[in-house]
Design a protein around this ligand. Structure first.
Ligand SMILES: Cc1cc2nc3c(=O)[nH]c(=O)nc-3n(C[C@H](O)[C@H](O)[C@H](O)COP(=O)(O)OP(=O)(O)OC[C@H]3O[C@@H](n4cnc5c(N)ncnc54)[C@H](O)[C@@H]3O)c2cc1C
Length: 462
C-alpha cells in the first residue's frame, strides 16, 4: 500500500493535519495507536458514564464576524462550518493567590482590565504598555527562547501581578519550568485573557466524532489500534512505516504528531534528541458530586487558578504532587449548558513524573498514592469552594503514568518536550513534526499546528 500522506497520531493535531490535507488529496491515511481518536483530549467510560480526559475549556473564543481570529481561521482552513458547533462561553474565571490577591477575568477583556486598575493601581500604566507591546509583537516569527519573566520584570514593577498573570498562562500552555517563552506568553495572553474560553455544548466525544466524520467525508482514511513500530528512512528521506502488525505502508510524506523524541525512537540508527530541561507532569482528579440543594459549590466561576502566597512555582515538584498551586474547573459553569443531575469538579496540580513512573511497578502502592493525592486535593479545594467530600459519588485520578500509557507521551508530559521545533523541520526532506512538540499547545494550538505544518511543508509538494 502507498499513500501520498501518512499522519502518525489521531490526537487533535493529527486530525487537523489530516483534514487540511484531505481537502486537497483524499488519499490521506491517519494511523492511531489507541482504540479511540482524540489523544490527550479524548474520553472514556466508567460505570457507563462518559468522562472527558482533558477538557477544562477551549481557549481563543471569537465571535463569528471576527474573521481574523485564530478560531475562525482554523474552522475555515478545515472547512468546518461554525454552525455545526454550539459554543458555550465561560461565565467568569479567577486567579486566586491565597492570602494575597485575586483577579477575575472573562471573555470580556474589560473585566480583567478593571480588576487590574482596581487592585494594582500603581501598575496600570505599565499594564497598558504591555498591551501596546503585545498588539504589535508577532509571536509567530521564528525566534529563539526569550524569557518572559525577565521581560515582564523590566516592564511591570509589581512582582505579584506578574506571578498572577503567569499562573493561568503557564498552567495552560508552558512546557518550561519557572518560565515561558515570550512568543508563547504572547499567544497564551491573547488566547486566555483577550479572547477567552468556551466549550462545545456537547461532549468531547461529539466534537471528535464531528471532525472524524468530516475527515471521512473528505475521503480520508484512518485506522485505530494501529501503532507505528518503525519509520523506514533512507538517508534523509522517509520511505514509509512498519506498523506494529508488521504491515508496511509506503508514503510520499509523513506528518508525525507524537512528539520529537517519540518520533526519533521509531527511526533505527538515529539518536533520540537529548533533553537538558525536565518535562512537566500533572495529576488530575475528576470528582462526580451529587449536590444538595442549595449547593454550596460556586455557580459563577468556570475555572479557578490558585496559588499559596506571593511566589508561584511552576516546576516539577520534589514530592509526588505540588499542592501549593493548582486549577479547579467546574465543567457545568459555562453559559447555555443543559443542567445535569451530577456536578463535576476537576482539580489539577503539578506532579513529579519520575516519582509516579517509579511507583508504576507496585500497583498497590501506586493506587494508594493516587487515592491519597485525590483526598489531599479535596481538602485543599474545600477551603476554597466549600465542602463536597461527603457528596462525592465517583472519583477518577490520572497521573503522568496514565498519560504515558494512553498517549505514549514520554514522561507523561502533557506539554511534551521543553524544546520546541517551531518550523516542524526535524532534518528529513519529507517527514515533519506537528502538535505538542512543534510548539502550539492546547486544543486550538495543536489543531493550528497540524494545519500550519501541512500548509507549510506538505501542500506545496502534493
Ligand atoms: C488533563 C488534561 C487537561 C487538558 N486541558 C486542556 C484544556 O482545558 N484546554 C486545552 O486547550 N487543552 C487542554 N489540554 C491539552 C490538549 O489536550 C493538548 O495540548 C492537545 O490535545 C495535544 O494534541 P496533540 O495532537 O498534539 O497530541 P496528542 O493528543 O498526544 O496526540 C498524539 C496521538 O498520537 C498517538 N500515538 C503515539 N504514538 C503513536 C504511534 N507509535 N503510532 C500511532 N499513534 C501514536 C497517541 O496515542 C495520541 O493519540 C489538556 C490535556 C490534558 C491531558
Amino acid at each position: 500500500m502507498k499513500v501520498p500522506l501518512l499522519v502518525i497520531g489521531g490526537g487533535l493535531s493529527g486530525l487537523a493535519a489530516a483534514i487540511r490535507a484531505a481537502r486537497f488529496t483524499p488519499d490521506v491515511l491517519l494511523v492511531e495507536k489507541h482504540s479511540r481518536l482524540g489523544g490527550l483530549n479524548s474520553y472514556f467510560y466508567r460505570n457507563k458514564i462518559l468522562f472527558e480526559t482533558g477538557l477544562h475549556a477551549i481557549t481563543n473564543y471569537a465571535e463569528p464576524d471576527n474573521k481574523k481570529a485564530p478560531l475562525n481561521r482554523l474552522l475555515r482552513q478545515l472547512k468546518l462550518p461554525r454552525k455545526e458547533l454550539t459554543f458555550c462561553q465561560q461565565l467568569q474565571s479567577e486567579i486566586v493567590f491565597r492570602d494575597c490577591q485575586s483577579l477575575l477575568f472573562s471573555n470580556d477583556f474589560e473585566l480583567f482590565r478593571t480588576e487590574i486598575n482596581t487592585k494594582f493601581p500603581k501598575a496600570v500604566d505599565h499594564f497598558h504598555r504591555l498591551l501596546q507591546f503585545l498588539h504589535t509583537f508577532d509571536p509567530f516569527l521564528p525566534a529563539p527562547f526569550r524569557s518572559t519573566k525577565k521581560f515582564l520584570a523590566e516592564m511591570i514593577p509589581d512582582p505579584l501581578l506578574i506571578e498572577m498573570m503567569l499562573c493561568p498562562l503557564m498552567y495552560y500552555g508552558s512546557s518550561h519550568e519557572q518560565d515561558m517563552d515570550l512568543s508563547q506568553f504572547a499567544i497564551m495572553f491573547r488566547a486566555i485573557f483577550q479572547e477567552g474560553m468556551f466549550r462545545p455544548r456537547g461532549t468531547m466525544k461529539d466534537f471528535i466524532e464531528l471532525i472524524d466524520t468530516h475527515y471521512l467525508n473528505l475521503g480520508g482514511t484512518r485506522r485505530l489500534c494501529c501503532g507505528v513500530k518503525n519509520i523506514i528512512v533512507q538517508q534523509n528521506r522517509a520511505m514509509g512505516v512498519e506498523l506494529e502488525s508488521g504491515e508496511i505502508i509506503e508514503c510520499n510524506h509523513i506528518v508525525s504528531t507524537i512528539g520529537h523524541a517519540e518520533t526519533f525512537r521509531l527511526i533505527a540508527g538515529h539518536r533520540v534528541p537529548e533533553e537538558k530541561l525536565p518535562r512537566l507532569g500533572f495529576i488530575e482528579s475528576i470528582f462526580h458530586v451529587k449536590e444538595p440543594s442549595p449547593s454550596p459549590l460556586p455557580a459563577d466561576r468556570t475555572i479557578i487558578f490558585f496559588n499559596d502566597g506571593h511566589r508561584f512555582s511552576y516546576a516539577s515538584p520534589v514530592d509526588f504532587v505540588d499542592f501549593s498551586s493548582g486549577v479547579i474547573c467546574f465543567p457545568a459553569n459555562f453559559r447555555g449548558l443543559p443542567a445535569k443531575s451530577m456536578r463535576e469538579i476537576r482539580s489539577t496540580h503539578l506532579a513529579n513524573g519520575s516519582k509516579w513512573q517509579n511507583l508504576a511497578a507496585s500497583p498497590a502502592e501506586y493506587t494508594m498514592q493516587k487515592q491519597a493525592a485525590a483526598q489531599l486535593s479535596v481538602q485543599l479545594l474545600e477551603n476554597m469552594i466549600g465542602s463536597f467530600w461527603s457528596n462525592i459519588v465517583y472519583v477518577d485520578t490520572f497521573t503522568p503514568v496514565t498519560i504515558e500509557r494512553y498517549t505514549s507521551k514520554m514522561g507523561g508530559a502533557i506539554y511534551g518536550s521543553p524544546n520546541k521545533i517551531k518550523d516542524g523541520n526535524i532534518g528529513f526532506s519529507n517527514l515533519f513534526l506537528a502538535g505538542t512538540d512543534q510548539g502550539f499547545l492546547g486544543i486550538i494550538g495543536s489543531m493550528l499546528s497540524g494545519v500550519s505544518i501541512v500548509n507549510q511543508h506538505i501542500l506545496p509538494k502534493l
